[in-house]
Ligand binder design. Sequence first.
Ligand code: COI
Length: 355
Amino acid sequence: MIDTFTINTSLAPSSRVNELDQDNIQFGKMYSDHMFVADYRDGQWIDCRIMPYQRMEVSPAISVLHYGQAIFEGLKAYTTEDGEVMVFRPHDNFLRMNESAVRMCMPELTEEVFMGGLLQLLKVDKAWVPNRPGTSLYIRPFMYATDEYIGVRASNTYRFLIFTSPAGTYYSEPVNVKVEKFYSRAFPGGTGAAKAAGNYAASLYPALQAQKEGYHQLIWTDGMEHKYIEEAGTMNIMFVMGNKVLTSPAGGTILSGITRRSVLQLAADWGYEVEERPITVDEVVQGIQDGTVIEAFGTGTAATIAQIALINNDGTDYKLPPIATTGFSNRVLEALNNIKTGKSEDSHNWNVKVP
Ligand code: COI
């Protein structure tokens, strides 16, 4: 804990915000003027600062580059109808980041450092929060090990940063996905539930193979039998069967997505039956064939809702029916957007206002 929480701020001499073309935002390509940085030494988070977004020098020996002690979060800020800036469920990201930190043997953040740094950074870079429909400011908090030591042990020192990046639509159309039955994203006792950088590194090669076969993404299955559905690419996955919204249980091998939680809450509010349980690949394939699975979609911060048009299993493509504009995934996407942008009531108090 730091006794007095102060953030030293040094502002960029001029803003680059006029380089932002709100009608043509590509995800993850442009960064706002400032970043928040804090260092961990001798058991304390120290030197909290906001500084111009810039490159950082690192020693080739820092342990994250060798053994991958790195975790991150993703969340978004929105401009509301009346010009306020709201962040969606940041406290949930704070808590999840600390769960990841514990699993990866890294220090937990204090609420002051995470929330204080986040809100102050957003206040400074408010002008970067886009306001066109479908746009937002993607926020990337992350932490990595900084000991200059190549022995294998948990680092004693770390750096925590937050930077932000204007975001538009992640997937422009419903995606085609392939059920992965050889490679695994996670396994019991592993790091699947943590937002650990290495989980994403390990997913790249299998995802590339699927892309070479013409699919946008993979559906990950359990690492033991490849029988149960776990996640879709970097998202949680859900199915609509009649009045039921079905998803795989979070924790263990599956990330506890914040969009996932929000979608399940709205489904319950609207009277859907929500089922969180192991889902077999076979029951989904059977359900598509007999017409009981009417929608499949991924949920995540970057994409919000990514509808699935087609699922490939064991070499056969199974097409999902077109989703009606009144279908659950369209309705929930619109409802979430309306809550985040202040167009409808935030009855679960998910938004946090930037001062
Ligand atoms: C998310 O959608 O929450 C993600 O983490 C995606 C990110 C890896 C781009």
